[in-house]
Design a protein around this ligand. Sequence first.
Ligand code: ASP
Length: 320
Amino acid sequence: MPDFPSPELRRVVVLGTGGTIAGKAASSGDNIGYTAGQVGVADLLGGIEAPQGVTLVAEQVAQLDSKDMSFETWQKLAQRCAHWLAEPDVAGVVVTHGTDTLEETAFFLHSVLACAKPVVLTCAMRPASALSPDGPQNVRDAIGVALAAGARGVTVVCAGAIHSGADVQKVHTYRLDAFASGDAGVVGYVEEGEVRRVRAWPEGGALPASKIFEAAAVQWPRVEIVMSHAGASGAVVEALLQPGNAEPVRGLVLAATGNGTLHHALEAAALKAQEAGVAVVRATRCMNGRILPKADDRLRDAGTLTPVKARIALMLELLG
Ligand code: ASP
């Protein structure tokens, strides 16, 4: 671990939310048949030595499989991050999280937190009970990033790479190095606790997110994702907009092909929805690149955002 950046920054707070990193299987040889979110965050820090003069503070914010992530947990997590970042002696916050929706939580926090300090999400592909778990090294690396001089913004640390919370995507179902940053590339690497940065730290917090920090319970707008594909139709959009639906749909993200193209039948239904007042955005299904806008586009596009991130951006926009 490097020396910590300044004598005033004495604490790193580790917020636990569950995931495989806190998972347990019946046998140490089983890397897939486990239950996520079993081990408390204080125990995950058990074997990790803090650099001299640094105290690690553990706080359990949630204990779930991140496939089941909820808006309530996001709100609580954002509030706890903001709380700890405001403490003058806190260098940064580490969040232990499942890999499945890690990119969504990272993008959400990136969107709502104005971080002059680092918030570092980390995870594991193998449960804590595995013969050779990857979680402890990832947590150690994340603490290294939280303590790195000049570190700021929301990042994700996995398998020695540092990704920006804006660009990261889970790209592998099994490999320990399961994340990538697409065209943007990684922010850097962590090597023996030292950060080797190759591009700027991410800047976030552009969206007005006061409701998330002030309201006890947020009324999250319903935004659904509908995919365009061979043989698509307008049926899903029409079903979603049926009058009498308990929770009305306020936004639609169309997971579009290539440069934002849509099956003509889906496009017709989406245009009708837009005319009826639903916010409609196209986001590309492609892993890399962005939608290049054209003069005759009738539905706006989400640029580089993937459909799941475009959904979060649209929800925050509707909330704002
Ligand atoms: N289902 C797990 C989760 O997202 C997967 C993982 O953490 O790797 O919580």
